[in-house]
Ligand binder design. Structure first.
Ligand code: KG4
Ligand code: ZN
Length: 370
């Protein structure tokens, strides 16, 4: 169906795969323009802070308590009744199963009550398609997803059509930031606090490894880096504020260096695969995309290789339900709404975007970040 001539499509999205309880209404107008009508995200950071990471049982209970109110608020904010919707889209994986059950069951109940179709959405596809909601970019493009549970380079060819080119073989990047923060005595969530500490640090005081740098496959590894940080911290403990700043700066520099080395391979491969694309895009997503030093490094890498760096606004880089509603709209528009069995769809803790990819520890998985 052509998006220019079609009537508006309006979808409610529900996201509960980790520690954010979120609901959003997104509309695609008959003119092809997308609008986020509401986008409500309740973060559970405070509930998990004392534990230094996400505790699955606490997360599931918090989703149960909050979700109905968040959905009602998202509908009210959007001035939308259930009967105005074309479909309900709920994250069905990958993620923490307790939270996924809460979101998917709520989606099923709302769909049954309103006789609307339910779409079971892959959280990673939500991240992958966000740049089309915010920047209207066309397929194919490269996605660098960096979150608490994933670090992947994905070729996004179309809706439901993704090819994973690289992944972490151990820790996710957000996890490495969070563990580094914990080692340095910085509060959870670690990423923003490591970034802040790094601002007053000297990155040259420590020299941390650049895992997999120079390897032919665009994969990532961060556990050796974490070990090096631990060794450095232990060798000079107790740490002063300046020590913490210096280690944070050296860690962040090692991360940026590794990321750009690995991503450069993927840019080259994209060029070879699509020599006719004149305005190729590198899209970043996930919480770590909030890091300014990393963004800057990727911005110059993209520029040097003739790519445009597309970074959705921060609230749409981190977990949210607008990306789930949008993935639902994309699926409806692509005619992929034939999930008659969505009502029987079971949550999947593992659900790789690219089903042909070989399973790697740490990929296609979202677990406790601690
Ligand atoms: O995408 P996200 O909100 O949730 C997941 O899907 O995991 O990502 C959260 C992760 C956490 O590990 C957090 O420490 C990291 O993103 N993060 C950052 C920054 N802001 C959030 N890492 C580095 N620098 C930041 N400024
Ligand atoms: Zn995410």
């Amino acid at each position: 169906m052509s998006q220019e001539t079609h009537r508006e499509i309006r979808v409610l999205g529900i996201e509960t795969s980790c520690d954010e309880t979120a609901a959003s209404v997104v509309a695609l107008g008959g003119d092809g323009r997308a609008r986020i009508l509401s986008n409500i995200v309740l973060s559970q950071v405070a509930e998990h802070a004392a534990f230094g990471g996400v505790v699955p049982e606490i997360a599931a209970r918090a989703h149960v308590e909050a979700l109905d109110g968040i959905v009602a608020a998202a509908l009210a904010d959007a001035g939308t009744e259930l009967s105005d919707l074309d479909a309900i889209a709920a994250t069905a994986g990958p993620g923490l199963v307790g939270g996924l059950i809460v979101g998917l069951m709520t989606g099923k109940a709302l769909a049954a009550a309103s006789a609307k179709p339910l779409l079971a959405i892959n959280h990673l596809e939500g991240h992958a398609l966000t740049a089309r909601l915010t920047d209207g970019i066309s397929f194919p493009y490269l996605l660098l997803l960096m979150s608490g549970g994933h670090t992947q380079i994905v070729l996004v060819r179309g809706v439901g059509d993704h090819q994973r080119w690289g992944t972490t073989i151990d820790d996710a990047l957000g996890e490495a930031f969070d563990k580094t923060a914990k080692l340095l005595g910085l509060p959870h969530p670690g990423g923003p606090n490591v970034e802040k500490a790094a601002l007053s640090g000297d990155p040259s005081r420590f020299r941390f490894p650049r895992p997999l740098k120079g390897e032919a496959r665009p994969d990532f590894s961060f556990s050796g880096l974490k070990t090096a940080v631990r060794q450095a911290a232990t060798s000079i403990a107790p740490l002063t504020e300046q020590d913490v700043a210096d280690i944070s700066a050296a860690f962040q520099e090692a991360v940026a260096d590794t990321l750009t080395d690995r991503t450069a391979l993927a840019l080259r491969r994209f060029r070879e695969a699509f020599p006719d694309i004149t305005d190729p895009a590198l899209v970043v997503a996930g919480g770590v995309a909030a890091n300014r030093a990393i963004r800057q490094a990727l911005e110059s890498l993209a520029g040097a290789n003739g790519f445009r760096l597309v970074a959705p606004p921060l609230p749409l880089c981190t977990d949210n339900a607008a990306m789930i509603a949008w993935a639902g709209i994309e699926r409806l528009r692509a005619g992929l709404d034939g999930q008659e069995d969505a009502m029987r769809f079971a949550p999947r803790s593992r659900w790789p975007l690219d089903s042909a990819s070989t399973p790697v520890v740490g990929s296609g998985r979202r677990g406790a970040k601690a």
